[in-house]
Ligand binder design. Structure first.
Ligand code: 5GP
Length: 134
């Protein structure tokens, strides 16, 4: 079944569109975290970032940069977070990859509030484990 975002791309569900290319669409989030909270999606319906063909990923990043700049300028050069919830445990609800562009001003909640520490030599082991997959 088509994702809710594919239905938006196909015009079956309305959205407040701010930007569109052949491959991407950007529109305002219906339940914003902040005023101006915008979603940037590839029109190709894939679940996760790594599922996106590289050419689409490059194109998505170019559109994301343009949209983020426009959102920022629309609010006097405001700061913003770019967030990709990749998978359910990362908070992904809509199963169609999307970047959130969320304006942030003084006093906005900070991401990454929780920090942990590596045990002795653990950092090197984790680095090696990740390098194994390139
Ligand atoms: P996720 O948690 O999957 O990263 O975020 C999904 C986002 O999509 C949420 O912030 C939610 O408010 C937004 N959203 C869900 N359904 C719709 C919709 O039909 N229209 C719009 N504009 N946003 C939606």
């Amino acid at each position: 079944m088509a994702s809710i975002f594919t239905k938006i791309v196909q015009g079956e569900i309305p959205c407040e569109k701010v930007f569109e290319t052949d491959s991407e669409l950007a529109f305002l989030d219906i339940m914003p975290n902040e005023i101006g909270h915008t979603l940037v999606i590839p029109k190709l319906e894939v679940l996760r970032l790594e599922d996106l063909p590289q050419s689409h990923a490059i194109s998505l990043m170019c559109s994301l940069q343009k949209v983020a700049k426009a959102v920022s300028l629309a609010f006097d050069g405001i700061d913003y977070n770019l967030i990709l919830n990749n998978g359910a445990n990362a908070g992904q609800v809509v199963e169609h990859i999307h970047f959130h562009v969320i304006p942030r001003s003084e006093g906005s909640p900070r991401p990454f509030q929780k920090h942990i520490q590596y045990a002795d030599r653990e950092m090197q082991k984790i680095g090696a484990r990740i390098r194994n997959y390139f």
